[in-house]
Design a protein around this ligand. Structure first.
Ligand SMILES: Cc1cc2nc3c(=O)[nH]c(=O)nc-3n(C[C@H](O)[C@H](O)[C@H](O)COP(=O)(O)OP(=O)(O)OC[C@H]3O[C@@H](n4cnc5c(N)ncnc54)[C@H](O)[C@@H]3O)c2cc1C
Length: 591
């Protein structure tokens, strides 16, 4: 077997183990790839239950007051530090343990409520929102999800108040995008009482200020020569824990402490293992699902800030004897930011609700949320920056900081390229397996022809039926019908791609990008339609017989549908060959 083939087999085996353990309810994104509209997960638009909403409103009011009085994003950026007093204050208003159970001192909020808190922080200061995410969304997440009662009792109370801080340490020199390639070793001691950890981690947020780090390291698989990743709780007071660099100087989110550390023969008690030994990669990816959801919330908050800043300037700055907002090319930018911010909020809320409602596998949705919101925010900041002209370039306005801060979003917690490929491949896996079944049965008709027939009919059924998108408001029926038709076209495109390319599609990232792009816009449109429908229904219930048009939602759907059509038509009409030839020539490779 060639090296490339061996690597491919390893990746497939890892993916199988990680992603597809047993039968699961069909989620929304997987449904899309089958040509279905799984309405139950997305309609009606989810709401925080009334009982928790009261508590959430109180918390949000406290958080806003605290941030108004104590958070200075400019000082945090200039001094490249979040003052301890701010961290303590965040702990006092509950932000550092929002989703932790009440019995351990947390607020016990659901993910939807947590996202509203993060949106508020993200609208003001990216350093602070990334710090909170590193501590709460990912740092203590494995403990919350996979910790035993004893582990939670021991560690959580101090972590949820901020007396102690958490960090999540996966990345290493050899394990960046290729997260499965962790090299840090954890060797069991002869008496089995502890593990001895050796290796280095880099780019770890909070590394040097954390009291507890969730560290991913490679452990031997019993009775085999293989190794697997295991999650450990490591504390900096363990002998051999060495901070190599506490605060790596950096371009943006400068208030966060991004560090490097080494573990040299660090003895970690076996009681500090989180979750099942050898299941660390699955644990890490589950943790990152939560991180990607709050990423969406923070980006939504920042996009709303862009909108506010852009509107303020466009309404006051005059050139050619007109305010900038009178020019259509400026209106275009403002409209786009407004439409995207509306969609980002809707998508964040629905994705968070999937976690709250117990959908088992929401990896595609969180990946779509992460890619969509980080790309849209980058665009929004760029547009707002342009509206401010030269003034945006100077440090007395927040936009230059926002540009620097936002750039990490497309790279961290899974680079957007890796996630784009992931969305397409994991999404296509379901229909791909059905095709394989049909194909295998055709080769060996005596075995499983009935099954192949069922699968074939299933695929055919999806191909001829346009799914129903059940909106309740009559004025949205036309959009709903268009969305249904696009899902139908998307499914045909997926089937065609699978038939045309078969296994080599695993390497065809330009095809994957279009399929993922269409899927993301289908999901975003669904979220927008669901939210708009709920608003119209709410207005009706309150006696408003002809509620006003929601212009942002209307524009988003029109633009999103156009993008979907474009993605699908580009699958057959494109210049991929020329593109690859140009890149190969620049890279010095033979085409
Ligand atoms: C400020 C900051 C904070 C961070 N905080 C943490 C933390 O708290 N904990 C933690 O564990 N990690 C953290 N990270 C690490 C972060 O998650 C990684 O930087 C990220 O996963 C990318 O890895 P890499 O930097 O090694 O890039 P690489 O893996 O070298 O990738 C570089 C680029 O190559 C491209 N690429 C890579 N693979 C593919 C592919 N398969 N297909 C197409 N294109 C590809 C992408 O464009 C990617 O951006 C942080 C990083 C930064 C900069």
């Amino acid at each position: 077997m060639s090296e490339v083939e061996a690597q491919r087999q390893k990746e497939i085996q890892q993916a199988e183990e990680l992603l597809f353990a047993g039968p699961q309810a069909l989620g929304f994104a997987k449904g899309l790839f089958h040509g279905h509209f799984v309405a139950d997960w997305v309609m009606p638009y989810p709401r925080v239950p009334a009982a928790q909403q009261t508590e959430l409103d109180k918390t949000l009011a406290e958080v806003r007051q605290f941030l108004d009085e104590h958070l200075d994003p400019v000082a945090i950026d200039r001094q490249a530090d979040i003052p301890r007093a701010v961290i303590d204050g965040l702990g006092r208003v509950g932000v550092l343990g929002t989703t932790a159970p009440v019995e351990f001192g947390g607020r016990g909020f659901m993910q939807m409520a947590n996202c509203q808190v993060l949106e508020e922080i993200g609208s003001r200061c990216a350093s602070t929102s990334v710090f909170v995410n590193a501590h709460h969304s990912i740092g203590i997440r494995a403990l919350l999800l996979f910790g035993t009662h004893e582990q939670k009792q021991k560690w959580l109370p101090k972590l949820v108040t901020g007396e102690q801080l958490g960090a999540f340490a996966l990345t290493e020199k050899e394990a960046g995008s290729d997260a499965a390639n962790v090299q840090m070793q954890a060797r069991p001691s002869p008496d089995g009482s502890h593990f001895i950890l050796n290796g280095e981690k880099r780019y770890i947020t909070n590394a040097a200020i954390a009291h507890v780090l969730t560290v991913m390291a490679r452990t031997p698989v019993p009775d085999s020569d293989k190794t697997a990743i295991t999650a450990f709780l490591v504390t900096p007071d363990m002998p051999g824990f060495t901070i190599l660099e506490a605060r790596m100087p950096k371009m943006g989110i400068r208030g966060t402490a991004t560090g490097r550390f080494a573990l040299r023969d660090v003895k970690v008690p076996k009681e500090n293992i989180l979750g099942p030994p050898g299941k660390g990669l699955k644990i890490a990816l589950t943790v990152l699902d939560f991180g990607r959801t709050t990423f969406g919330a923070c980006c939504t908050g920042a996009a709303k800030t862009c909108l506010r800043l852009a509107v303020e300037h466009a309404n006051t700055r005059k050139q050619f004897n007109k305010t900038l907002g009178e020019f259509h090319l400026v209106k275009k930018k403002i409209a786009r930011i407004a439409a995207d911010a509306y969609a980002m909020e809707a998508m964040t809320t629905i994705t968070a609700s999937l976690i709250d409602r117990g959908l088992e596998d929401y990896m595609i949705e969180t990946a779509m949320l992460k890619v969509f919101t980080t790309e849209r925010l980058w665009e929004a900041i760029n547009e707002a920056f342009q509206i401010y002209g030269g003034s945006a370039y100077f440090v007395d306005l927040p936009l230059e900081r926002m540009v620097r801060d936002a750039r990490i979003n497309q790279i961290g917690e899974g680079s957007n390229e890796v996630l784009t490929s992931f969305i397409a491949l994991v999404g296509m896996r379901g229909p791909g397996m059905e095709f394989k079944e049909i194909y295998d049965a055709m080769l060996k008709p005596s075995r499983g022809l009935g099954k192949a027939w069922t699968a074939g009919m299933h695929r055919l059924g999806a191909a001829v039926r346009i799914p129903d998108v059940p909106v309740r408001s009559a004025e949205l029926r036309s959009f709903a019908n268009q969305l249904g038709r696009l899902i139908w076209r998307f499914n045909i495109a997926v089937n065609r791609a699978l038939i045309a390319y078969r296994e080599p599609i695993l390497d065809l990232q330009l095809v994957q990008e279009r399929i993922a792009g269409a899927a993301m816009d289908l999901f975003a449109s669904t979220c927008v339609l669901s939210r708009w429908d709920a608003e119209l229904q709410f207005a009706r219930r309150n006696g408003d017989s002809a509620p006003q048009t929601n212009h942002a939602a209307d524009l988003f759907l029109r633009q999103s549908f156009r993008r979907i059509r474009r993605f699908l038509s580009d699958l057959s009409e494109n210049e991929d060959k020329a593109l690859l030839a140009t890149a190969n020539s620049a890279l010095g490779k033979v085409s």
